[in-house]
Design a protein around this ligand. Structure first.
Ligand SMILES: C[S@@+](CC[C@H](N)C(=O)[O-])C[C@H]1O[C@@H](n2cnc3c(N)ncnc32)[C@H](O)[C@@H]1O
Length: 204
């Protein structure tokens, strides 16, 4: 269901969610902490815009993964300098790393809470000591609930912000900041939402 949803949504996602100030700020935060040329992982890269584009333009080597072939095609077109591979984040192993940084913007919300916890632990192991994570989720008290997203059924998970901080800390990260953005989509097809951005670091 989850891969098919984004195969159907495709470029429509960027039309409905065009303003990405919080996400761009999170990308800037990560890029400012990483040496040019270092390798970063974009989990659930979607169309590659804005994040893979932004991180590539900042001089980083980007690998994007996604479960949707349609999103990967759009990302390859938008950011030909980056590498995009079809992969499910829950199935990654240590052969994928290490990375100086990881971003996961609105992709882990398509996992169950149990999967979010194990995936964050996995991402922690894929980071270099001192490496940085930028994570975005939507604030909601949900675990794997079927909802309609842009007319397509998907299963979604969210956390109240204190719980989100706790799950990131439990995975071994030092949480440096949690900030929120109220997001008004460009279309009535999607409801306004509170986006949570977690800035975190793997200890040395
Ligand atoms: C809401 S979109 C966000 C896309 C992009 N990160 C952004 O912020 O613009 C979520 C993306 O995560 C991908 N995704 C969902 N579950 C995934 C998984 N288990 N592994 C990798 N990608 C996944 C979806 O296919 C989709 O492209």
């Amino acid at each position: 269901m989850q891969a098919r949803a984004f195969d159907l949504i495709g470029a429509h996602y960027d039309e409905v969610f065009p303003h990405k100030e919080g996400q761009r700020a999170a990308g800037d935060w990560l890029a400012a902490r990483i040496e040019p040329g270092a390798h970063v992982l974009d989990v659930g890269c979607g169309t590659g815009r804005p994040t893979a584009r932004q991180l590539t333009d900042a001089g980083l080597r980007v690998t994007g993964i996604d479960i949707s072939e349609r999103m990967l095609d759009l990302a390859r077109e938008a950011v030909p300098e980056a590498t995009f591979r079809r992969a499910d984040v829950t199935g990654l192993d240590t052969s994928w790393g290490p990375y100086a940084g990881v971003v996961a913007f609105f992709s882990l919300l398509m996992l169950t809470r149990a999967q979010v916890a194990t995936t964050l632990r996995l991402l922690h192991t894929l980071l270099d000591p001192g490496g940085h994570l930028a994570l975005a989720m939507v604030e909601a008290d949900l675990d794997d609930v079927e909802m309609s997203f842009l007319g397509t059924p998907v299963r979604l998970t969210g956390y109240p912000r204190a719980d989100l901080r706790a799950v990131v800390e439990d995975a071994g990260f030092e949480v440096l900041e949690v900030n929120d953005h109220t997001y008004a989509p460009a279309s009535v097809e999607a409801d306004p939402e509170t986006q949570l951005f977690v800035y975190a670091r793997r200890g040395r």
